[in-house]
Design a protein around this ligand. Structure first.
Ligand code: TMP
Length: 394
């Protein structure tokens, strides 16, 4: 399906850059054989991950805690031998890696966006500023040997050359090692209509079915899948060398559920498209209605996801006054494509809007708790899925 003309999701820009803004057609397709849900075209990866990448994962306390717990679990269950070695693909600003550093575990992050990588290096972590692929894996082996655990938080689905990554993992992983990665889950995207998970960086939106097929081509096996609440519904996949571990009961159940939902068929994707059209049109209609009533509307959390919502729904910059975001590199800029100003939190607090679109809906609890004064003073939140609706907050 086509989501139309899209700018770079994390391409927050200055007024001077409006003229030369880059657009591409955001279109998805599903492979009838391996059931991989993927983008048809993707901008060059240097357009996406560079020395001024806007996303610092550690901005959210929910995500910091989430990755701390994963690191603890890996240390307890997977790092049993002498001087174990952990590699993280896409280590961002060190949100997960810092836990290994603090515990004195031999670690290496591989991160292509130099500015976020530098934040981790400044904290003392070992980071290689590079894309992860087969060649990088060989360099790491030559320098440090094979890894006991390879990790990836919201990154493997971002990399278009999946097979080079998978063969790098196959090479880098010890015989009894594990590769654990998590990404937004196709089953959640389809069942809650969270189409805003689809944007340039998310080349693949994985399911257990597609991950199982993709790694099987590399002599590897999906042995476990754990459903997670983060990022609006994610899946944590555990992959090993083929036959190294038994397949878990919950993975078998999850695959049965995916087949029941129809992820290996056609119809479910047709219905998804209709659902996206409904949600996009409901959102625009609501914003237009609020404007006609003279209400002030702002946005909260200029997440990359908001770029898909705003551009797909044909929202215009007169309908949303500003979007507040705590990320300094986004503040003072404008949202991609639609050009809504991104401000710091003070703009929100100084003059509460009547309605606030919760673009970072996946962090609803954290944000609504932080902003309970807003709700107490009558401010209302607009939520975007599974239906566009207005809520009072918590
Ligand atoms: P994410 O959903 O992709 O993690 O992006 C969340 C965005 O929301 C990110 O740009 C940071 C921003 N944010 C705030 O502005 N305030 C907050 O309190 C939190 C938790 C996130």
């Amino acid at each position: 399906m086509s989501f139309g003309k899209m700018p770079i999701a994390n391409g927050f820009l200055t007024e001077k850059e409006f003229q030369n803004e880059y657009f591409f057609e955001l279109k998805t397709a599903v492979c009838p054989e391996c059931h991989m849900f993927q983008l048809v075209d993707q901008p060059e990866d240097t357009q996406l991950f560079h020395d001024h990448y806007a996303y610092f994962a550690s901005a959210s306390s929910t995500m910091r805690e989430h990755f701390r717990l994963l690191a603890e679990r890996v240390m307890a269950d997977e790092l049993k031998g002498d001087n174990p070695f952990v590699v993280e693909v896409g280590s961002n600003d060190g949100i997960m890696l810092r836990n290994f550093m603090k515990a004195g575990v031999r670690h290496l992050g591989v991160e292509p966006s130099a500015n976020v990588a530098q934040a981790a290096i400044d904290e003392g972590m070992n980071v290689k500023v590079s894309y992860f692929n087969k060649e990088t894996a060989e360099e790491i082996i030559a320098e440090q040997g094979k890894a006991d655990a390879i990790l990836g938080g919201n990154v493997i689905g971002h990399i278009p050359y999946f097979h080079s990554v998978a063969s790098g993992i196959k090479t880098l992983l010890k015989d009894d090692g594990v590769f654990i990665f998590e990404n937004a889950y196709l089953g959640s995207v389809i069942s809650r209509g969270s189409y805003d998970q689809i944007y340039d960086e998310h080349v693949f939106t994985f399911s257990c079915l597609s991950v199982q097929n993709a790694f099987a081509r590399h002599g590897m096996e999906l042995v476990d899948a754990e459903q997670l609440e983060v990022h609006g519904g994610s899946m944590r996949y555990t992959v090993t060398h083929k036959g190294a571990r038994p397949v878990s009961g919950r993975l078998t159940k999850q695959i049965a559920w995916e087949k029941e939902l129809g992820l290996d068929g056609h119809e479910v994707y047709q219905k998804f498209r209709e659902n996206c059209e409904r949600l996009g049109s409901d959102f625009l209609t609501l914003l237009q209605k609020l404007k006609s009533e003279g209400k002030r509307v702002a946005g909260y959390g200029a997440a990359a996801k908001s770029t898909t919502i705003l551009n797909y729904s044909n929202v215009t910059s007169d309908l949303i006054e500003f979007i507040q975001d705590t990320t300094p590199t986004k503040q003072g800029k404008f949202s991609p494509g639609i050009h809504i100003p991104i401000t710091d939190r003070s703009r929100f607090v100084e003059s509460y809007p009547d309605y606030t679109v919760l673009f970072a809906w996946n962090l609803a609890e954290e944000i609504m708790t932080k902003e309970k004064d807003y709700s107490a003073q009558g401010g209302k939140w607009i939520l975007l899925n599974p239906d566009v609706r207005i809520v009072e907050g918590i």
